[in-house]
Design a protein around this ligand. Structure first.
Ligand code: EPU
Length: 301
């Protein structure tokens, strides 16, 4: 999908930088993804005008945050990738409230709050991605989820074409799922966090980091866990029990370290990864009668 020069000039007036023909493999932790134009939004307050310009030109879009939980199709993509630029003053703390922009790095936000003696998010330290992505997916690890800390979310609601603020109680945060619409764009969040001395938070962070290092393939290209855990079960354990660690389709492989992490072990394509996901899902279905649901978000044409 290409943005023409006339539209790029109008977008520039709204603080949008257009990068042509970007390989989204360079924007995702899996290093998989086809090519499209990327629009970097520097002014959150002009987002409604940007979206209305794109709608008038019939340009489809997807909002890409940290790119750490997404599998993007191969080849020329039929939509443009939108990305919020992060600003230098995107985080601030007032009492027990933390105000954080969606483009901020999640780990950076956890550390920022910790240094100001606000804890409760220790488990999220090693979850890669943006705060916006964490909100959308209700990211969680080691007993912590972001949802319970959310007091307000400011978002762009594509359905209404407006920027709105939702109170935490108006949002449903479930296991790796939220009540946000797929085309809602997270802009800012207000979190309420418990006071805790930095040293204590740091000790909790260290424990989580060690657990993660011991069980997850952190130095390989992945999107974290591929499947959600089924109720009461563990996708990783089931795949492991089937002896599928190291199983490959093209350049995509089940990690040797954690069986619910699928890694780009060479020049994996989206087709390879989808092939691997389908094959493993089938094996788990046959052996355990369980239909595994994707945790990774798949964006094709
Ligand atoms: N297990 C195996 N073999 C494996 C992997 C795991 O036998 O290859 C066993 C473990 O020994 C353990 C059980 O399965 O008894 C659960 O494994 P683990 O503790 O690694 O947790 P998980 O359920 O696989 C979940 C989240 C992770 C999160 C960790 C830590 C999901 C789908 N995954 O993994 O989140 O980091 O707990 O809290 O909910 C993600 O969301 O992308 C993600 C990685």
């Amino acid at each position: 999908m290409r943005v023409n020069d006339r539209l790029a000039a109008k977008l520039a007036d709204l603080g949008v930088e257009v990068q042509h023909e970007v390989s989204l493999a360079t924007r995702t932790s899996l290093e998989i993804g086809g090519t499209t134009d990327e629009l970097i939004l520097r002014r959150y307050d002009r987002i409604a005008e940007v979206m209305s310009l794109l709608a008038n030109e019939n340009i489809a879009w997807r909002f890409l945050g940290g790119g750490t939980n997404v599998l993007i199709g191969d080849g020329e993509l039929s939509w443009v990738a939108l990305h919020l630029a992060s600003s230098r003053d995107g985080m601030r703390v007032e009492g027990n409230a933390a105000y954080i922009e969606a483009a901020a790095d999640l780990g950076g936000a956890v550390t920022f709050c910790a240094k100001r003696d606000l804890g409760g998010m220790e488990g999220l330290i090693g979850v890669p991605g943006s705060v916006g992505g964490a909100l959308r997916m209700n990211a969680g690890a080691y007993g912590t989820q972001i949802g319970p800390h959310v007091r307000e979310v400011q978002l762009y609601r594509a359905a209404n074409g407006t920027i709105e603020t939702l109170r935490g109680a108006e949002i449903r945060f479930d296991y790796r799922h939220t009540s946000f619409a797929p085309n809602d764009v997270m802009l800012h969040v207000k979190l309420e966090l418990p006071s805790k001395p930095y040293k204590e938070i740091l000790a909790g962070i260290r424990v989580c980091n060690e657990k993660r290092r011991a069980s997850q393939p952190l130095n390989q290209r992945s999107a974290g866990c591929i499947f959600k855990n089924p109720p009461g079960g563990s996708a990783g354990r089931m795949i492991d029990e089937l002896g599928l660690k190291g199983f490959r389709v093209g350049g995509a492989a089940v990690s040797d370290r954690h069986a619910n992490f699928f890694v780009n072990a060479g020049d994996a394509t989206c087709a390879d990864m989808l092939g691997l996901i389908g094959a493993v899902r089938g094996r788990v279905r046959d052996a355990f009668g369980v239909e595994l649901e994707n945790e990774v978000i798949v964006w094709q044409n």
